[in-house]
Design a binder for this molecule. Structure first.
Ligand code: DAH
Length: 343
């Protein structure tokens, strides 16, 4: 490769063989032949050293012109081949670009998860940490350490699922979690909520399920009083239900608190099912609460002469019913999409 004539035939042959390339694969082979490391163009440019000095400049210029000419022709041919391939594929497999796309169904959080997160948020603002405890408990934790020895009549308040292992049950409430936290944290102050699933061997109805969530709360420290409990609960209820809803606090009885209270929220006045769902009272109970009983403090490792505390146990499903006037607690675990999609 040493003359201008040879360069010209490289160009002419190159363009001719390029015109004969039928598809992308042939074009790639052509490209390697001409522009590859061992290709014709490289050889032509490499030969410049062997050209007589006086012809070198002209040869170099011409070589570059040929290179650009071949590159340009190749690019045009390649684009043409691509377009032809696309057209062929569209013709053989027609695509209707006017068809609507397939929508992907959007998931969402279960209403129970939504309300739990809302509860965590409100209590987090008041300085409560979330603490998880087990769903399978011992009789000791679920009852005895909560001031209910064997055969205590108050045990009748919780219809229990037993396991085949004696003394092992499904927790009937989140209250045994109180003992777990206290034993881990004593003698330090505590401010926690304990959410989770509870189980009761009850007849299923619009108001009772055999499984449901509770969120337990526990605050322990020096000088904690009933006023702190009432303040905490009312500010919680105000944020959860809004300032226009009413909160009612009644005295009550639980073995693990003294004194004990129950907290009600008024059912939406304009709901036609109000009477049926509140047994004619207009109120729905959302939690039990009280000042932690000295025996429970002792079971948790605290000295009841030094510290006091309050506790509560609330039902998030009940609260959802109140918020949205839901008339049947069974809807929560039936997984009927017509219900779930409304949240
Ligand atoms: N554990 C009780 C229940 O399931 C609710 C409850 C009442 C929890 C009073 C408490 C409390 O922490 O102080 O019915």
């Amino acid at each position: 490769m040493s003359s201008l004539a040879e360069l010209n035939s490289l160009e002419a042959d190159g363009l001719a063989s390029l015109a004969g390339c039928a598809d992308e694969a042939a074009l790639r082979v052509w490209s390697t032949q001409h522009f590859g490391d061992k290709g014709l163009m490289k050889a032509a440019l490499g030969a410049i050293g062997k050209i007589a000095k006086e012809e070198r400049a002209a040869y170099g210029q011409e070589a570059n012109r040929v290179k650009v000419a071949l590159e340009t022709a190749y690019a045009a041919k390649f684009a043409e081949a691509k377009e032809a391939a696309l057209q062929a594929s569209l013709n053989s497999n027609p695509l209707d670009v006017t068809l609507p796309g397939r929508t992907r169904p959007r998931g969402r959080l279960h209403p129970a998860t939504q309300i739990l997160r809302q509860i965590y948020g409100i209590f987090a603002d008041m300085g409560f940490q979330v603490y998880r405890t087990r769903e399978v408990e011992t009789d000791e934790m679920n009852f005895e350490h909560l001031n209910m020895p064997a055969h205590h009549p108050a045990r009748d308040m919780w219809d229990t699922f037993f396991t085949t292992t004696p003394g092992v049950i499904l927790r009937t409430h989140t209250s045994p979690g109180q003992i777990h936290v206290m034993r881990e944290q004593h003698p330090n102050p505590i401010r926690v909520i304990l959410p989770g699933m509870c189980y009761r061997n009850e007849a299923i109805s619009t108001r009772s399920e055999i499984q449901f969530h509770q969120v337990e709360g526990l605050a322990i420290g020096e000088g904690i009083t009933m006023a702190d409990l009432k303040g905490t609960i009312t500010s919680f209820a105000r944020r959860m239900f809004g300032p226009e809803r009413q909160v009612r606090i009644r005295s009550s009885y639980f073995p693990f608190t003294e004194p004990s209270i129950e907290v009600d929220i008024d059912w939406p006045k304009d709901d036609p099912n109000r009477d049926r769902l509140t047994k004619g009272t207009g109120w729905l109970e959302i939690m039990g609460a009280g000042m932690v009983h000295p025996n429970v403090l002792k079971a948790g490792g605290y000295d009841p002469d030094k510290v006091t505390g309050f506790a509560f146990g609330m039902g998030p499903q009940r609260m959802l019913m109140l918020k949205h006037a839901i008339d049947d607690i069974r809807l929560f675990w039936q997984n009927d999409l017509r219900f779930l999609r409304q949240f």
